[in-house]
Design a protein around this ligand. Sequence first.
Ligand code: FAD
Length: 289
Amino acid sequence: MNVNHPSLSFEVFPPNTAAGTANIKETLDRLQALNPNFISVTCSNNKSNIEETTLKLAGYINNTLKVPAIAHLPAAYLNTQQVTRILTELDSLHIHQLLALRGDIIPEVPRKDDFKYASDLIRFVHAQKPGFKISGACYPEIHPESPDLVSDIRYLKQKVDAGCNQLITQLFFDNDRFFTFKENCALAGIKVPIIAGIMPITNRKQALRLIKTTSAHLPKKFLAIFDKYEHDPASLRTAGLAYAVDQIVDLITRGAAGIHLYTMNHAETAINIQNTIGSLFNSSAQLNN
Ligand code: FAD
């Protein structure tokens, strides 16, 4: 029987410390060896030097490592001239994929008017660079600013209609919420692939930060792992990885289009996942043994 295999991809961020800079190339070399379908590079919406951060790293991934790169582009603080310059730069780097975002609003920083919502940016990119593949962000548990599910899905449909080719979700830990969201998207006529964003939780610091800050639902099974192994790093790591593997297998078998791992610039977890269930992903994401 011919089974459709999902994509496997990774997210990294441009390092902002000397140690991070020293580590990133080794991390990327190790991620490249896993043959991902793409690696995406985040972008702070508070940075003016996107060329030196996100674009430089995306260029390295795309042109030196030969892994398709997706550059994140939050545009709430950019105007059309700046975005046009960035698109030209992406073109010259042979990067024809981006994740078009509004970005988080920083209350004390005055916004530009050109791109109020991600859909405004998507429409603009689509008109300027019709050949670009445009991804958009989506939220299985609703975007925190949305008043309700109906308006959230309605605006998401506008984003897709503006020219978005695929969606990547915010991280989540409860697959049922993802599948309910996917059904709601289908009912609203959203037909583009929806890639599930997964963050394996493998250490105490990460877990505590998550428990304190996330609006994602943390299932009992997830919290039980933390309760039992909070002070046993090796077991917490093993159980956290097992939770992520279990979550990913469930997503794959129930029809997720792809898995996008939030790596936090560490390759180890991605390697572990690949070693355990790598054969479930499509051929370009399987190890060359
Ligand atoms: P939008 O799609 O514009 O939505 C923002 C809010 O406005 C939502 O509540 C939406 O329902 C509402 N809305 C949309 N259209 C309308 C309309 N026409 N009228 C009224 N309301 C509307 N942030 C970064 O700064 N850098 C990154 O690299 C980054 N990467 C991300 C990657 C992924 C996969 C995800 C899921 C998020 C990422 N973010 C990043 C965070 C993102 O920027 C924030 O969640 C931000 O608050 C919303 O961005 P958006 O593009 O989803 O906005």
